[in-house]
Design a binder for this molecule. Structure first.
Ligand code: BTN
Length: 326
């Protein structure tokens, strides 16, 4: 696991969140630290993606202070849902923590949200990069009685919920790339990682982890091997508290349909937002031959449909990488 953050990091950031200059000397006095400790914490915050301006003789300020996550506000706005939200400042991964909580018996509807992940997980064994205060990252625990077999398509259903929430804010029109990347202008705005455990036909659970880029700094983009976008670039100012509330309201709705009839109830809605529909694509699968054809949407289980001269075939599984052929 990565090294823990400085214990004063969040308190210092909150002190700087009024957008005004604060002298290093005064900050040092208030926190009972040396000026060089303050300087080190600022350097750490900058490394984590926080924008802090340092001006000789004036001190430090955050030119674009984030609206910090506010658990109390979120809980109030979700009073009409069964979600039980907890916000924590820092952890390794909301998915990892919630998987552990699930194994320890946490109830359905538990949501874990954080300002900072030190070991964020992405799909296909990748990491997930995000800036402190510049991302919305959360995981939702969903329990099912009828086993893992009923979970197919859940990750696509989650993608649909996230796109619906985003499209409340932006005229850009977010769309979906199978299985669950959320795209704007063919660049990735949000990713979803669903991790499951349980019996094939008995009690099972899924942890649905969602990450949205609000402000993704240039130094973090360098480590990402695909085209990405954030709300800043889209010209959308986001209060992450409200974005979380909107995502969870939309997720609540799709989950209701999913629990009732499975993914088939959401298939048409998903297909209407499919960024690759009718486009020439190739499928990369480790250790297997490449598949090429025309993307033809998804079936009632959420499997990707690809059409070629021999007909249409369905492809399942999270280890497939889908690419446009240009
Ligand atoms: C992807 O690779 O597209 C999936 C990314 C999922 C990232 C989110 S952030 C919150 C949750 N916790 C994690 O460790 N990962 C997911």
């Amino acid at each position: 696991m990565s090294a823990p953050v400085n214990p004063f990091l969040f308190a210092l950031l909150r002190a700087l969140s009024d957008g005004r200059f604060h002298s290093g000397q005064l900050l040092a006095q208030n926190f009972n630290l040396s000026r060089s400790s303050i300087c080190n914490i600022v350097a750490e915050a900058t490394e984590l993606g926080v924008r802090i301006q340092a001006v000789q003789g004036r001190g430090y300020r955050m030119p674009v202070p984030p609206i910090w996550l506010d658990q109390h506000q979120i809980i109030q706005r979700l009073a009409d849902t069964p979600f039980n939200v907890q916000c924590v400042e820092v952890l390794a991964s909301t998915n990892a923590s919630l998987m552990q909580e699930a194994l320890d018996g946490a109830p359905d509807g538990r949501v874990l949200c954080t300002e900072l992940q030190l070991a964020g997980r992405g799909r296909r064994g990748r990491g997930w990069n995000s800036a402190l205060g510049g991302s919305l990252m959360f995981s939702v625990l969903c329990r099912f009685d009828a086993g893992l077999s009923v979970l197919s398509g859940l990750s696509l259903a989650a993608g649909l919920a996230v796109v619906r929430a985003i499209n409340r804010y932006s005229a850009h029109g977010a769309s979906l790339k199978w299985p669950n990347d959320v795209l704007v202008n063919h660049r990735k705005l949000a990713g979803i990682l669903v991790e499951v455990q349980g019996d094939m036909n008995g009690p099972a659970f899924a942890v649905v982890g969602i990450g949205l880029n609000v402000h993704l700094p240039a130094n973090m983009r360098e480590n990402i091997d695909q085209a990405v976008i954030d709300f800043d670039e889209m010209g959308v100012t986001i209060d992450r508290n409200q974005l979380l509330v909107d995502c969870l309201h939309e997720f609540h709705d799709v989950l209701k349909a999913f629990r009732g009839q499975g993914f088939v109830a959401l298939r048409e809605a998903w297909m209407a937002l499919d960024a690759y529909a009718g486009r020439p694509v190739k499928l990369l699968r480790s250790g297997q031959p490449e598949v090429t054809g025309i993307a033809a949407g998804v079936d009632g289980n959420g499997a990707l449909l690809v059409r070629d001269a021999d007909g249409t075939r369905a492809y399942h599984g999270g280890e497939i990488s889908l690419r446009l052929v240009r």
